[in-house]
Every structure is written in structure tokens, then in C-alpha cells.
Design a protein around this ligand. Structure first.
Ligand SMILES: Cc1ncc(COP(=O)(O)O)c(C=O)c1O
Length: 389
């Protein structure tokens, strides 16, 4: 059994998560905002890195076949997705990969489609690259969110969409899209010639009873117009290593993407990332299984706590991820007001409004921490009372 209860002191690491909290928060504020875990990565990975560090030479490094094979093996074993080693291109993170895709497959001024609420960097990247954000909002229902496919198709037609950035599974609404949803969505994109960039960074955090399906594998024809962005960074808590994998089977799309990636200087990889990714994707299975079970127990702990102590808050059904999406409207507050109150009590979460206007009544809370930390954070949040009570 691995130990996820251990508290790791962040001092001396410059971890962004533990940076100075926003104004109004006490010094001992618990950070539960950015999607970064508080667990040490798998011991097998730490051992492999120690061995590599002892070698002492960290020169220019080629991407070895063993790295590609490790990625292929993980996708096959964990996601039942058969990919070829040459489909993989390494990027310095998914955000740079998304910028590359937006640049490669659209022109300045074009609309790029997203399903809100969604990871805020999607919108930021689209704006930064001089394109327009086009939203097709997800629809909140009592048992979770669904897609409005009629609206989705209307947005494609009305805005001449060439590119859709898809979040699969979805951050922040915690949905693992079903085969039927993926097929319906994909058929619309195929019909209108829309390229799908499927961000699958959270694909390893899937709870019992749900089945993650890579968009490119949802139908044999979908891989042809799909650019898949994956990374071991969320799964193994190594976002600081800045390595992700872009997987494209269509050689023409791969070449167009690759050309822009080269123009952006995204060439090569660092030796520690090669070592870490190979170790993660070769020896990490059991660690990930135990990690996901621990996180699920944290969700259950949170749910029970809310029911017993703050029944006005509504937790969105967690199907995946380690980020809780909580509706705070029952406290007569919006997400921003709750976020501010939480800060005052010493808990740093995120205002759901950052993920798009439809997230305004929500907050997002990172549960990838030891249970004792979660318990302390919840006891602080309990002190928040509705302004109208
Ligand atoms: C959906 C999604 N994509 C991408 C990222 C960031 O990826 P990277 O650190 O590889 O740029 C995050 C981080 O939270 C995310 O939630």
C-alpha cells in the first residue's frame, strides 16, 4: 500500500500552489486551487530519477524509442487505445500544445468552439492567439451536466468553426463522456469538417462505474480529424517537468501541427522527463489505482461532510478528476462571494466564474491532498454562513 496520508513540507520548492495567497487570506491558508496534487509521485519514479541524476550528465537528449513505447503501452493498458509510436510528438505541456493546434488549424480572427464552463486556459489561449471564443454551454441537470448538441451544431454553422477544443473527461464539471455522447458529438464535427483537439490530461482519474473513451477511439473514423493532447503530469503530479504528448494519427494533420511546433521552438526533451515518463508509464499502474481510490474516498468524505454540516452546498456528481465542482447558490452567494469568504477562513479555492459565465454559482476545490488536510479545510469552511441567514 502506498501512503497518501503523508504531509509533505513544500518549503524550498517554489511550488506555485503554495505561493502568496490572495489578499485577505491568513498566512496558514490551505491551498486547494490549482490542479496540482499534494502527494509525492510514485516511489518507482523517484527511484528512477535518483538513478538518472547520479549519472550526472544532462546533455542534449533525443526522444528514445523506449519513451514512445512506454506511452503506447500506457494508452493500450489503461485506455484500451491502440496507437503507433510515430503518432506521438512531445510538447512542453498541454497549454503550448493547444497554442500550437490553434495556430496550425485556424487563422487569426476565426472562432474556436469550447463547451463552458471549462478550464479557463482554453479561453485565454484562444484570445491570446487572436482568435474568437465561441461557446456552447453545457446544461446543468440534477444528476450532472449534459451537452446541448443542437446548440453545438448551430454554433459550428453560425461561426464557421474549424476547430473545437474538447475537454475529455471534463474539467470542471466532472463528466466522463459516454460512447453515445462522443459518437453524436463526433458525427457533428465530421459532418462540418471540424478538427477536434481533445484535451485528455485528466483521463487517468476515472471513478468506478465510469468508462473513459479517448475521442479518437470512439469511432474508427474519428481519429482522422482528431488531435489528442495527453500528459502524465496530472496523473503523477509532475506538471513542473513540462512534458506532454500530442497524438495525431492523420499524417497531414500531424505534419501541419509539427511544422508550427517547430516554429514555436518546441523541439527536444529534457533527460529527466524522458526518465520520469518512462518510469511512470512502465511501473506506475498500481500507484495510480491506489491514488484514484484515495481520491474517491476524499470525494465521499466531502459529500458526507456537506450533507451533515453544509446541506445548502450541492456537490456535482463526481465521475472523474480530483477537483470538486460545488454549487453554492443555496448559501445565497455566488462563486466569487463564497471564494472570498473561504479565503478569509483560510481556504484557497477557485471561483467557478473563472470557467465561464455559467460557472458563476460554483466553486472548484482541489481534493488531491491528505484526508487530514481536507478535514481541516472543511472545518474552516463550515464557519462560512449565508449572508441572508
Ligand atoms: C484540462 C486541462 N488542460 C491542460 C492543463 C494544463 O496542462 P499543462 O500543465 O500540461 O500545460 C490543465 C491544468 O489544470 C487542465 O485542467
Amino acid at each position: 500500500m502506498y501512503n497518501f496520508d503523508q504531509i509533505i513540507d513544500p518549503s524550498g520548492t517554489s511550488r506555485m500552489k503554495y505561493g502568496t495567497p490572495p489578499e485577505g487570506a491568513p498566512a496558514d491558508t490551505i491551498p486547494m486551487w490549482i490542479a496540482d496534487m499534494d502527494f509525492q509521485t510514485a516511489p518507482e519514479v523517484i527511484d528512477a530519477l535518483k538513478k538518472r541524476v547520479e549519472h550526472g550528465i544532462f546533455g542534449y537528449t533525443s526522444l528514445p524509442q523506449s519513451y514512445r513505447n512506454a506511452v503506447v503501452g500506457w494508452m493500450d493498458r489503461r485506455h484500451n487505445w491502440k496507437i503507433q509510436p510515430e503518432w506521438i510528438q512531445v510538447a512542453p505541456g498541454i497549454i503550448p500544445a493547444l497554442k500550437t493546434a490553434v495556430t496550425a488549424f485556424t487563422d487569426p480572427g476565426d472562432g474556436v468552439l469550447v463547451q463552458t464552463p471549462v478550464y479557463y486556459m482554453f479561453m485565454e489561449i484562444i484570445n491570446l492567439m487572436g482568435r474568437q471564443v465561441v461557446e456552447s454551454p453545457l446544461v446543468e441537470q440534477p444528476d450532472g451536466y449534459v451537452m446541448d448538441l443542437e446548440d453545438f451544431e448551430r454554433q459550428i454553422v453560425d461561426h464557421h468553426i474549424k476547430l473545437f477544443i474538447f475537454c475529455n473527461p471534463h474539467n470542471p464539471v466532472n463528466r466522463v463522456w459516454t460512447a453515445e455522447e462522443l459518437r453524436s458529438l463526433g458525427e457533428i464535427c465530421k459532418k462540418h469538417g471540424v478538427i477536434v483537439v481533445s484535451d485528455e490530461i485528466h483521463h487517468d482519474f476515472i471513478f468506478k462505474g465510469y468508462q473513459f473513451i479517448p475521442f479518437a477511439a470512439a469511432d474508427p473514423s474519428f481519429a482522422d480529424f482528431c488531435v489528442t493532447c495527453t500528459a502524465p503530469s496530472k496523473t503523477f503530479n509532475c506538471a513542473g517537468l513540462k512534458t506532454s504528448n500530442t497524438i495525431i494519427s492523420n499524417p497531414e494533420l500531424r505534419a501541419r501541427y509539427g511544422k508550427v511546433a517547430k516554429e514555436f521552438g518546441q523541439t527536444g526533451i529534457d533527460p529527466l522527463s524522458v526518465c520520469a515518463v518512462e518510469a511512470m508509464y512502465t511501473y506506475g499502474d498500481r500507484w495510480v489505482d491506489e491514488l484514484v481510490a484515495y481520491i474517491w474516498d476524499n470525494f465521499c468524505f466531502l459529500n458526507q461532510f456537506l450533507q451533515d454540516n453544509m446541506p445548502q452546498l450541492r456537490l456535482t456528481q463526481p465521475e472523474c478528476l480530483y477537483l470538486a465542482w460545488i454549487n453554492v447558490r443555496g448559501m445565497n452567494m455566488n462563486g466569487d462571494a463564497f471564494y472570498q469568504e473561504a479565503l478569509r477562513q483560510g481556504v484557497w479555492i477557485e471561483d467557478g466564474g473563472a470557467f465561464g459565465a455559467s460557472g458563476a454559482n460554483f466553486v472548484r476545490m482541489n481534493l488531491a491532498c491528505p484526508r487530514s488536510v481536507l478535514a481541516e479545510a472543511l472545518s474552516r469552511l463550515k464557519k462560512i454562513t449565508s449572508p441572508e441567514q
